[in-house]
Design a protein around this ligand. Structure first.
Ligand SMILES: Cc1cc2nc3c(=O)[nH]c(=O)nc-3n(C[C@H](O)[C@H](O)[C@H](O)COP(=O)(O)OP(=O)(O)OC[C@H]3O[C@@H](n4cnc5c(N)ncnc54)[C@H](O)[C@@H]3O)c2cc1C
Length: 387
């Protein structure tokens, strides 16, 4: 919070923070008034959009004012610019964005607006728009804003989990372990991140593993109402999780629920090679019946001696409501362990000589990483996607 600050930028931020909803509403109303086609770029419900905008603005202002990691800020804004292409944002929109933002700040502050604030805010707007626009323009020369893909298979593994296979019109270039923002026809202009569960191939086939979160919009639609023939939009790949096959260190992977998807893609990619570091995968869920992909892992283990898998579940019994659709415990796997993933993984030791990849919900990743670090695992050995 910027309450005790005195620089014009931090004064501005603290006054905007006090009425951030009103300010962001002013901004979007102004933007849509001066550049009406921009309304089409946003979803009908704008609450989340407004919150995100304010978070980004506060982050930019604080980083600039405190002269914190400016290089990281530029990288962040460039990524944001590239990412906004999928919404249909064009270079010309950035000018309207800057004008509307300054107008909303000025209007929100009224008599408290000062020339010093105007100058400082203009710099923030200039930096933000220039970096975002130029990153977007550079990427536009290389990649489309998004790809179209057709749903070709939909398997409901439990009541709230589905495996969906799609085929993109042209193959999407990506690395195993990466994730994409995805838009489905049930929720136009709302994008969510999902990880590819198989490595890329030249037929454009992709697989996503989706858990419907309670009250979730996109995930519920993907699990409950996605159908053969639906057309999905898939944005540019993100993420940098990888296995170093040459450094001589073995690998520990920790997958919570659908967090299995990117780790499985990495494992499948490794199957192309005769020699690999040893990989031990802990794959955990709340209930045994939610371990929806043990069959695949069992097949991979059978033919790749460098791979071993320990299934983990917090509880021993499935509730009646789970609705699993197949027996998910193939004979011959390591014995399932009971407990949280963090507890089970740490009970085996410090893993300090391993490269470690953790993937799952934000809560699972945070809990697992913190417990492993407390248990003696060097934090720098652990990779995970942004939370
Ligand atoms: C890098 C990354 C990769 C991801 N990969 C996958 C993937 O492969 N498979 C997958 O199923 N999901 C994945 N997710 C999560 C996904 O992007 C969505 O957040 C999730 O599907 C919920 O979207 P929604 O629109 O249904 O819910 P929203 O409408 O966004 O949220 C509805 C409610 O659910 C809560 N909520 C949102 N996400 C979760 C969650 N994960 N657990 C519990 N509550 C939640 C929200 O706080 C809110 O209260 C990934 C997220 C990230 C950041």
């Amino acid at each position: 919070m910027a309450q005790h600050s005195s620089s014009p930028l931090l004064q501005l931020l603290s006054r905007l923070e006090a009425h951030s909803d009103q300010f962001t509403a002013l901004f979007y109303n102004r933007l849509f008034a001066i550049d009406p086609p921009t309304r089409e770029l946003f979803p009908v419900a704008m609450a989340r959009q407004r919150t995100m905008l304010f978070r980004v603005l506060a982050h930019v202002i604080e980083t600039i004012d405190y002269e914190l990691e400016l290089e990281e800020l530029v990288t962040f804004l460039a990524q944001l610019g590239r990412d906004h292409r999928k919404y249909g944002v064009l270079p010309s929109h950035y000018e309207s964005f800057g004008i509307a933002l300054l107008w909303a700040m000025r209007t929100q502050l009224g008599p408290q607006w000062t020339p010093a604030m105007e100058a400082a805010a203009a710099q923030v707007v200039e930096l933000t728009t220039v970096v975002m626009r130029s990153a977007a323009e550079t990427e536009a020369q290389r990649l489309p804003a998004w790809w179209s893909a057709t749903v070709v298979e939909h398997h409901r593994k439990t009541r709230d989990l589905a495996v969906v296979r799609v085929e993109s019109d042209v193959p999407i270039p990506y690395q195993p372990g990466q994730y994409f923002s995805v838009e489905v026809p049930q929720y136009p202009r709302i994008w969510r991140f999902y990880s590819a569960a198989i490595p890329p191939n030249n037929l454009g086939q992709m697989e996503f593993h989706i858990r419907a979160v309670p009250g979730g919009s996109v995930s519920q639609a993907m699990v409950s109402s996605a159908r053969y023939g639906d057309r999905w939009r898939i944005g540019a790949p993100h993420g940098a999780m990888e296995v170093d096959r040459t450094g001589g260190r073995d690998v520990v992977m920790v997958a919570g629920g659908t967090g299995l998807a990117p780790l499985r893609a990495l494992i499948m990619d490794m199957c192309r090679f005769g020699e690999n570091p040893r990989v031990h995968l802990f794959y955990g869920t709340r209930y045994p019946g939610e371990l929806y992909d043990l069959d695949t892992l069992w097949e991979l283990m059978r033919t790749n001696p460098w791979l071993s898998v320990t299934p983990v579940s917090e509880f021993d019994e499935d509730p009646w409501s789970l609705g699993k659709t197949a027996d998910s415990s193939p004979f011959g796997l390591y014995l399932r362990q009971t407990g949280t993933l963090a507890d089970v993984v740490c009970s085996y030791g410090r893993w300090s000589d391993r490269q470690i990849l953790v993937c799952g919900s934000a809560a699972m990743v945070e809990a697992t990483v913190e417990q492993m670090v407390a248990n003696g695992t060097p934090r720098e050995n652990i990779q995970h996607d942004p939370i």
